[in-house]
Write a protein that binds this ligand. Sequence first.
Ligand code: MN
Ligand code: MN
Length: 300
Amino acid sequence: MFISVNRLPHPIPPADSPNPKAAQALQEGLGGQFGEMRTLMQYFFQNMNFRGEAKPYQDLLRSMATEEMGHVEQITNTINMLLEGASEPSDEPDGLPLSVALDSPNIHHFLVAGQSARPVDAAGNPWSASYVYDSGNLVLNMIYNLMLESTGRLQKCRLYQMSNDKAFRSTVSYLIVRDLVHEKVFAKALEALGVNWGKALPIPRFDTSKMPEVRDLERKNLHNQMWTFANRGETSLLDTIFRGDSPFDDGGTLEVIEGFPEGHDIPILPDAPQEFSSGLDSDLMRLTRELQNSSTQKRI
Ligand code: MN
Ligand code: MN
């Protein structure tokens, strides 16, 4: 079972301006073949279906699946932030407050959702469970996972070059760094199984310190750290694999941190009456406030 922490792994500043096109590009990182929904489900299934006495590898998959759930939350909130303000309520009877939907790359952001993210890729294809790879063979799974993280990082590096919006860059840069760590995790796991990487990794082989937002995160050693995401008092054997020198030629020292990161506030989106969202009229708002007040009183 899981404990939820109502925080985001990385801050999302307000977008420079509403940007439905950048929001649509980010959908690939959420619901695409190499996106966060797939990494979450792939590592979770590999963890649950694990056979044999190799607890360090099972622990590693559990920590990573848990981290990936936070990435799903991070990227979904960023898409929402980029869509926020794309339409405005109108008091005119024929003001067409949602006409922006006709010029936006994903009309479903406005038509199906209330101006928010969908579990689809950047071409609008629904996320598919058939992306999930779990062969039941440990070495094969680790190789496949390395390919998954490498393709994820490749696509994030491409996304970085599509927009310099602050909200977009903040999340894309964070995910570039975490994908790098995750490439290291699987490279290290395969090294522990006898593989020697030489100089082939990471993918893409590209000096990300040229990206200022990425460089700032790497200065904090975020590209060498893994959290266990385990409950206090539970032992994780992740650090028996993820330790020592970075398997790449970047001179880093690997580090496992118990627990989870401190987290950042989740953005609160206002009502969008032009989308009939949240759809709470004054009567329903009054009932909601009464609920909130009664729970505050209980806590006092
Ligand atoms: Mn991820
Ligand atoms: Mn990952």
